[in-house]
Design a protein around this ligand. Structure first.
Ligand code: KE4
Length: 424
């Protein structure tokens, strides 16, 4: 069957024909592909077409697709059972790896997705502080829990409005949505609501408005204000954990949160999320404390062994330097190609994640990101796909490299990108 035939069938069975909206390619146009297999830096669709993959499943695959060590770990565990519903030794091993990687994480609780991690962290912060307001930033995405699917109200430091039908305004109005990288808005919100704010949740490096880096002093201000008003600081490191460094963004910038949400690389491609933090906070989580959170497949041995194999391999390779250089080779090449064609662009990069924006101005928040030329991005995406390059099918996402990407991959990719851009 062709991509199109399978997608037609999928659309009859699943809303939009997908298990997650972005996979329907609505933001970029054109027909979605259906994947048949992937290996290393490559991915094939059901028609047998090969792609060099810079989506890498939205971030988990820092070792590339189907890394032998991860596959072996999963094969061995499969024969010992997929889920027990009772504690297994692998949970303890992975918890140790996490706690040893981030000093601010003294205890950790495993869940099955990034959404569960952030949803639980918010509940924990509200339960721990006894307060009800939370703060998030416009353009940051933390999964689809009700209190996090909230759009910015009009004006700064006003209470949120539902970001989607199904979220009651009573819930949305407990979320304050502020502009990212805007200390003044932060000050104003805390002056207005300070003692009532349970927590601030932030992507310490934003990946969901496209890659946007924290400006000098922004995270520091966030840390100081939350301490001053007794609010908890939650880092959503679902993308950045083990991506920016072994210790994630908190090690990279040297500013620790109270609670860290984890996912993606943590599970190496298997369903896995986690939240963790200081002992005095985590001890409030059931059954030790009163704040309830649970999960049938939480800590299942299958996801655990995938995470252990991924992190162990990653820490042995310590590839961060090499990934930095390889990613720079790609972004500099893309910039050369676009400049040569006279196409205005900005590339925001940190470590092995980056985004290409078609704009003249610096992209430092959701407003500036949204002013980029998304129609051109759609044409860029489709031209790349034709050339056999897969990038995220949406402007406000990050491209990812892995240890499976080679210099030859980058050079081949640049040839293809050159051809694609010439066709724009
Ligand atoms: P999941 O529930 O999708 O595992 O994680 C939610 C989440 C939480 N925090 C951050 C910073 C995230 O980036 C995500 C999920 N990321 C999106 C795209 N960047 C996943 C892709 C999708 O939604 O299909």
């Amino acid at each position: 069957m062709t991509n199109a035939e399978l997608f037609e069938k999928a659309k009859k069975l699943m809303p939009g024909g997908v298990s997650s909206p972005v996979r329907a390619f609505k933001a970029v146009g054109g027909e979605p592909i259906i994947v048949s297999k992937a290996q290393g830096s490559r991915l094939w669709d059901v028609e047998g077409k090969e792609y060099i993959d810079f989506l890498m499943s939205w971030g988990p695959l820092i070792l590339g697709h189907a890394h032998p060590r991860v596959v072996r770990a999963i094969e061995e565990q499969a024969r010992r059972g997929l889920s027990y519903g009772i504690t297994n030794e692998h949970e303890i091993k992975l918890a140790e790896l996490v706690v040893d990687s981030m000093p601010s994480v003294q205890m950790v609780r495993f869940v099955s997705s990034g959404t569960e991690a952030t949803m639980s962290a918010i509940r924990l912060a509200r339960g721990y502080t006894g307060r009800k307001y939370i703060v998030k930033f416009d353009g940051c995405y933390h999964g689809h829990a009700d209190s996090l699917l909230v759009s910015a109200g009009s004006g700064v430091a006003t209470l949120g409005i539902p970001g989607t039908p199904g979220v009651p305004e009573e819930i949305a109005s407990l979320t304050l949505v502020l502009p990212y990288n805007n200390p003044a808005a932060l000050e104003e919100a805390f002056e207005k609501y300070g003692e009532q704010i349970a927590c601030v949740i932030v992507e310490p490096v934003a990946g969901n408005m496209g890659v946007v880096l924290p400006r000098e002093g922004f995270l520091e201000r966030l840390r100081n204000l939350t301490l001053k008003y007794g609010a908890l600081l939650i880092y959503d490191e679902v993308i950045t954990n083990f991506r920016l460094s072994r210790g994630g963004a908190q090690a990279y910038f040297g500013i620790d949160p109270d609670i860290t949400c984890m996912g993606k690389i943590l599970g190496g491609g298997m369903p896995l999320g986690a939240y963790g933090g200081k002992r005095e906070i985590m001890e409030k989580v059931a059954p030790e404390g009163p704040i309830y959170q649970a999960g049938t497949l939480s800590g299942n041995p299958f996801s655990m062994v995938a995470g252990i194999a991924t992190l162990t391999q990653l820490f042995e390779e310590n590839p961060y330097e090499r990934l930095e250089k390889l990613t720079q080779r790609l972004t500099e090449g893309i910039s050369r190609i676009l400049s040569h064609k006279g196409i205005p662009h900005r590339i925001n990069r940190i470590a092995s994640m980056f985004t290409v924006f078609f704009t003249e101005e610096e992209v430092y928040d959701y407003e500036t990101a949204r002013r980029s030329d998304r129609e051109l991005f759609g044409r860029f995406f489709r031209a790349l796909l034709r050339e056999g390059i897969l990038i995220p099918p949406a402007q406000f996402e990050a491209w990812f490299l892995s240890t499976a990407h080679t210099e030859e991959d980058i050079d081949r990719a640049l040839e293809k990108i050159e051809r694609a851009v010439s066709s724009l």
